[in-house]
Write a protein that binds this ligand. Structure first.
Ligand code: GLN
Length: 312
């Protein structure tokens, strides 16, 4: 395929794929965060943003959902911009785990670093590098960063945030273990609080496709023309998204879909097609690995139809 693939052609393709999977109801809501158990399981949207700034969508384009783990590569990017590669790498490894996103961590034997920034341990280590002095100030930095990627003002879902804050003890335990090894700053409760806030920003499917398109466009948001991240870091994010973006499905994903991507338990998946487009899919019923069931199927269909695999 070429970068000049007509938006009208993409629009009819994603509408066709949307119709094909519209009635699929496999998977479950991620109710371990109680508030996520209350969302409408039927929500379904597909969005594509091209690197020349066109958006095409199918389905519930206006439906908002919390960004959850899709935040992780972007917060990793902010940590890189704030502290530079060497300092960030002293706090996190870049190895895929083959383990669930929230698994109790195996820190690196000698360095004690968490495995990578896209599982909870590594993500919390990255959140602890976000400057602010308080969760509210950190939230402002994150909001600014997200909005550079979306080109749109975002809000936080207070109910989801409170729900995770009230129940997220596993993440607190992970943070405490990392504190023991000096991998996070000492203000554990503030860091975990900010991590829950970072996961609770509301986005829609087009926000996801535009965030991905910004990465596909070397860090410049194709809608606004504003740079969201310095170009040399874009490849760092995309590499981790390709190797670690879908947890225990990351190998299958790289093999079958072959795009740098990130999923979240609320049902979003975004993927970047470098130099061409960003794709965002939302459907909240997730599989055992925490990936959207319809989301994965949509990406497989899109890859097949448009030859998107980066090694094609
Ligand atoms: N906030 C969620 C958690 O930490 C994010 C997990 C995810 O989306 N995979 O459990």
């Amino acid at each position: 395929m070429t970068s000049t693939l007509a938006p009208a052609k993409i629009a009819s393709l994603i509408e066709e794929i949307y119709q094909e999977h519209k009635h699929l109801a496999d998977g479950d809501l991620a109710s371990y965060i109680p508030e996520l158990g209350n969302v409408d399981p039927r929500g379904f949207a597909i969005s594509v943003t091209t690197v020349d700034g066109q958006i095409v969508t199918a389905g519930d384009q206006d439906r908002l959902f919390t960004i959850q783990s899709i935040s992780k590569p972007f917060v990793f990017g902010l940590a890189l911009e704030t502290h530079g590669l060497d300092h960030v790498r002293s706090r996190v490894n870049v190895e895929p785990t083959g383990e669930a996103f929230h698994s109790m961590i195996r820190l690196d034997e000698s360095s004690k670093r968490p495995p990578n920034p896209l599982v909870n341990s590594g993500a919390i280590a990255m959140t602890s590098l976000i400057k602010g002095g308080s969760p509210a100030a950190g939230q402002t930095s994150l909001k600014h960063m997200y909005e550079l990627y979306t080109g749109r003002v975002l809000d936080m879902d207070a109910a989801v945030y409170e729900s995770e804050k009230a129940t997220g003890h596993r993440n607190r335990a992970i943070a405490h273990l990392m504190l023991h090894f000096g991998m996070v700053e000492p203000q554990i409760e503030e860091t975990v609080d900010l991590y829950f806030r970072q996961c609770s920003f509301n986005v829609n499917a087009s926000d996801l496709s535009t965030m991905a398109a910004t990465l596909a466009n070397k860090g410049v948001n194709p809608l606004t023309g504003n740079r969201a991240i310095a170009e040399p870091y874009v490849k760092s994010l995309l590499t981790l998204m390709l190797t670690c973006g879908l947890y225990t499905y990351a190998g299958e994903w790289a093999f079958n879909v072959g795009l740098p991507a990130k999923s979240g338990v609320s049902g979003g998946i975004l993927a970047a097609v470098p130099g061409k487009m960003g794709i965002g899919v939302y459907s909240p019923l997730v599989d055992k690995q925490g990936n959207s069931v319809r989301g994965v199927r949509v990406f497989k269909d899109l890859e097949r139809a448009l030859n998107l695999h980066i090694f094609n």
